[in-house]
Design a protein around this ligand. Structure first.
Ligand code: SAM
Length: 280
C-alpha cells in the first residue's frame, strides 16, 4: 500500500532527529568535511555545532542580496547554519525566521542561536507545506536541501508564493535528479537521504512558475562524479541511519557504491532563484 504523506514526513523527521542527536560523521548532501559553498570567513563566526550539524547541499545565501533590515525565512532550518548567516546579513533591524518540523533540530538550532548571541532569529515548529508565517510578510525565502524531502512539493511552492511580499525573492539550494530508477525511488532510506524524493530541474522550475513566481532561474549546478556521489550517499546515510553503506527498502538492500554508479550524471545540487511579481 502506498505510504501516506504524513507517514513519509514522520520517517523523515525520525531520521533527522537521529541525525542531530548523534555525533555527525559528515556534513550532509554533498560533502565529507567542511560544508560546501560557504567561505571560511562565513564559517569562522559560527558556533562549531551549527557547522558540524549542517546537512545542506549548497549555500543559499551565496547569490542573494539580503540587506540590512530584511526579513528572511529559511524552510527546514535544521541546526541553524543558514539562519545564523542570514542574521548577520539582516543586522539588528532585520529578522530571520526558521521553520522546521523536527523538535530535536529546533532544540539544536536554539542552542546554536544562544551560542551565537543573536537576538533577531527565531525558529518556529511547523511544516514547510503549511508554514506558520503570515501572508506577504518576508523579503526572502531561502532553503537548503529540504524541499526534496517533501512529499507535497507543490504545496511548498504555493506557500513560498503566499508568504513572500510582492517583489520578494527566493533562493533555494536543493538536489535534483533525472530518470531515477523506480527501485531507488521506492527506497525510504534514499528518500530520507535527499535522493529518492528529488524531482528534476524542469519539474522544479515548472512548479515555481505554476504558483505565479517569475524570473525563475537556475543560478548554479554542482555535479557529482561517482566517488563524490558515493561519499555523499555514505555521509547522508550515516546521518540518517546508524548503519552505513547499505540502503534497505521493501525490495531489499542496495549498496551505496551501486547506487552512486547508477546516479552519476543524473543527480546534482542546484540553486534556484525566483521572484514574486510586485503588485500581484
Ligand atoms: C537535510 S536537512 C537540512 C537542514 C538545513 N537546511 C541545513 O542546511 O543544514 C533537512 C531539514 O528539513 C527538515 N524538514 C524536512 N521535511 C520537512 C517538512 N516537510 N517540514 C518542515 N521541516 C522539514 C528536517 O527536520 C531537517 O531539519
Amino acid at each position: 500500500m502506498p505510504r501516506s504523506n504524513d507517514d513519509i514526513r514522520e520517517s523523515v523527521a525520525t531520521a533527522y532527529a537521529s541525525a542531530v542527536t548523534q555525533e555527525p560523521t559528515g556534513c550532509g548532501c554533498d560533502c565529507a568535511e567542511a560544508p560546501k559553498g560557504y567561505t571560511s570567513d562565513e564559517l569562522t563566526h559560527l558556533p562549531e555545532d551549527a557547522i558540524r550539524h549542517s546537512l545542506g547541499c549548497g549555500n543559499p545565501l551565496t547569490y542573494v542580496e539580503v540587506k540590512d533590515g530584511d526579513t528572511v525565512l529559511d524552510l527546514g532550518s535544521g541546526a541553524g547554519i543558514d539562519i545564523l548567516l542570514a542574521a548577520d546579513r539582516v543586522g539588528p533591524n532585520g529578522r530571520v525566521i526558521g521553520v522546521d518540523m523536527t523538535d530535536e533540530m529546533i532544540a539544536k538550532a536554539n542552542v546554536n542561536i544562544a551560542a551565537a548571541g543573536v537576538t533577531n532569529v527565531e525558529v518556529r515548529k511547523g511544516l514547510i507545506e503549511d508554514l506558520p508565517v503570515d501572508d506577504e510578510s518576508v523579503d526572502w525565502v531561502i532553503s537548503n536541501c529540504v524541499i526534496n524531502l517533501s512529499p507535497e512539493k507543490d504545496r511548498v511552492f504555493g506557500e513560498i508564493a503566499r508568504v513572500l511580499k510582492p517583489g520578494g525573492r527566493m533562493l533555494v539550494s536543493d538536489i535534483v535528479v533525472e530518470n531515477l530508477p523506480q527501485a531507488l525511488r521506492d527506497n525510504q532510506f534514499l528518500y530520507n537521504g535527499c535522493v529518492a524524493g528529488a524531482i528534476s530541474e524542469s519539474q522544479y522550475v515548472a512548479g515555481l512558475e505554476a504558483v505565479g513566481l517569475s524570473d525563475v532561474k537556475v543560478k548554479n549546478r554542482v555535479l557529482y562524479d561517482s566517488q563524490q556521489m558515493e561519499s555523499a550517499i555514505d555521509d547522508e546515510l550515516d546521518a540518517v541511519q546508524k548503519e552505513s553503506d547499505r540502503c534497505c527498502g521493501p525490495k531489499g538492500c542496495v549498496e551505496s557504491h551501486d547506487v552512486a554508479e547508477s546516479l552519476v550524471g543524473g543527480i546534482w545540487s542546484c540553486q534556484f532563484s525566483a521572484r514574486k511579481p510586485a503588485g500581484v
